[in-house]
Design a protein around this ligand. Structure first.
Ligand code: TYD
Ligand code: MG
Length: 453
């Protein structure tokens, strides 16, 4: 039987059985290439004596129950991992080049090693001397981490078999190459093959593997999305080059909550944990100004306050501008439409700019009301009452829905010195009720309450 070929998109990882110029999955051009089949050798060994047979769930003995997670002591990292590193798990840390992945993982390696985990840091990008230099700069030179500068996967696996570490960090997966795969390092086939081998090795030997994956803009090098499905946990390290804030975000976690975030600040001596992100994101806020609204959000398990900034200005374009940073453009269009058709407030002929301060990205629908407030405040050139937070979801009918975890949002606002909140009726207030609350039933009521329209 002729072997069927597989083609994979280097941008989104979608696979198909024929080549095409444009990926049907993500719409990118020239990102499809042929994938070499993965080695099938070691996979069957991984199940050991019980290969191919099933056992009742209740038969798992206590010894086989997973040992407790290893905490690094870096609280923000441990939280994102779901409370620490699970033994024999595979973690992918993706992010733009230069965002600070190597810095983060060298600090993590040192932290885990100091907690007694035997840790090896494998760099395919820098020589050991360079890594050592970085460690010295981060004041980690005395941490009991072992370093290796190697890109050949076979050599790495051999070394790991000998050294038997508990944690291995691979920086980066795009520099690794398996010699049984005939394509260049960084290609889809190589990245998939090496990530597969490393993940299998991790499961078989009880080693945790953390792999770095650079997010790539062109189709020549495979991005981290190609291996997302293979690993247990996928974290993305985000931030703006110009800002010192960095956010580590869990987008997939078999062993913990997804959507959890850890916040760091890039300093001259590496990444510092930010234990109170709300205070950081609001630190640049000045006097109350038109178009600025503080949103009480929830990121993962933690409330986080961020500032939305809107600017509304007469447009000279036939199709006015709608520019969004840190929020969803489609959602902005929806809110503008609801304001226009349900409240009779048009934005035609006006350019609209919306920005989330501090380089945060917000995905919660509960931000709707804060966005509407920012847009109205900017349009009317009227600041909101000082020290007020806003949250709540807006439906297409103009009705308002209470946001989940209302109580936690109010408590966080109170803790940070806010005195008032605007949130839809409904939702448990609890002890967060110390704030002066405005609870509109619908968007028209909200506009009336706040802007007296
Ligand atoms: P790096 O960890 O090398 O990024 P990545 O591995 O994601 O490509 O970080 C690169 C940037 O971080 C670089 O521009 C310098 C900056 N940096 C600091 O600001 N402080 C530090 O202590 C270190 C080590 C790096
Ligand atoms: Mg790096």
């Amino acid at each position: 039987m002729a072997k069927s070929k597989t083609f994979v998109c280097s941008a989104c990882g979608a696979s198909s059985n024929k080549w095409s110029g444009r990926c049907e999955g993500c719409g990118e051009w020239n990102t499809i290439s042929e994938a070499v089949p993965l080695s099938s050798g070691p996979a069957s060994k991984s199940l050991g004596a019980r290969r191919g047979s099933a056992v009742p769930l209740t038969d798992l003995s206590v010894e086989e129950a997973p040992p407790p997670r290893a905490a690094s002591g870096l609280g923000e990292l441990d939280r994102v991992l779901g409370g620490g590193l699970v033994p024999a798990s595979a973690v992918l840390v993706g992010g733009d080049p230069g965002i600070g992945k190597s810095t983060l993982l060298l600090q993590a390696a040192a932290a885990f090693a100091r907690k007694g985990l035997k840790t090896i840091y494998v760099s395919g990008e820098e020589a050991s001397a360079q890594v050592r230099m970085r460690a010295r700069r981060l004041d980690l030179a005395d941490a009991p981490v072992r370093l290796a500068a190697e890109t050949n996967l076979r050599n790495i696996l051999t070394m790991l078999e000998e050294e038997r570490p508990q944690l291995v960090i691979i920086d980066s997966i795009q520099t690794m190459w398996a010699d049984n795969v005939e394509s260049a390092p960084g290609s889809v086939s190589q990245v998939r093959a090496t990530a597969h081998e490393l993940t299998t090795f991790a499961k078989r030997h009880g080693v945790s593997v953390i792999m770095v994956g650079h997010v790539t803009k062109d189709g020549q090098i495979a991005g981290p999305r190609v291996v997302e499905h293979m690993v247990d946990t996928v974290l993305y390290f985000e931030g703006e080059r110009g800002h010192q804030f960095r956010i580590l975000r869990a987008v997939k976690n078999r062993f913990g909550p997804a959507d959890e975030i850890g916040v760091f600040e890039m300093t001259g001596a590496g990444l510092a944990e930010v234990t109170n992100p709300s205070a950081l994101f609001l630190s640049e806020r000045g006097e109350p100004s038109a178009g600025s609204v503080v949103f009480a959000g929830i990121e993962g398990t933690r409330p986080v306050l961020v500032e939305f900034q809107a600017l509304v200005a007469p447009s000279s374009l036939s199709q006015p501008r709608r520019t969004v940073v840190g929020w969803d453009g489609g959602r902005l269009a929806m809110i503008l439409a609801v304001l226009e058709s349900r409240c009779g407030i048009p934005f035609t002929g006006l350019d609209v700019y919306l920005n989330v301060a501090g380089g945060m990205k917000i995905g919660e629908p509960a931000a709707d009301l804060a966005v509407a407030a920012a847009l109205l405040s900017a349009r009317e050139d009227a600041p909101l009452p000082a020290e007020t937070v806003v949250f709540g979801e807006i439906s297409l009918s103009g009705a308002l829905r209470p946001a989940p975890q209302t109580e936690n949002r109010l408590k966080e606002a109170q803790k940070l010195g806010f005195t008032a909140a605007i949130a839809p009726a409904g939702g448990k207030i609890g002890s967060g009720g110390g704030l002066s609350l405005t609870r509109p039933a619908d968007l028209t009521g909200f506009v009336g309450d706040i802007f007296g329209a």
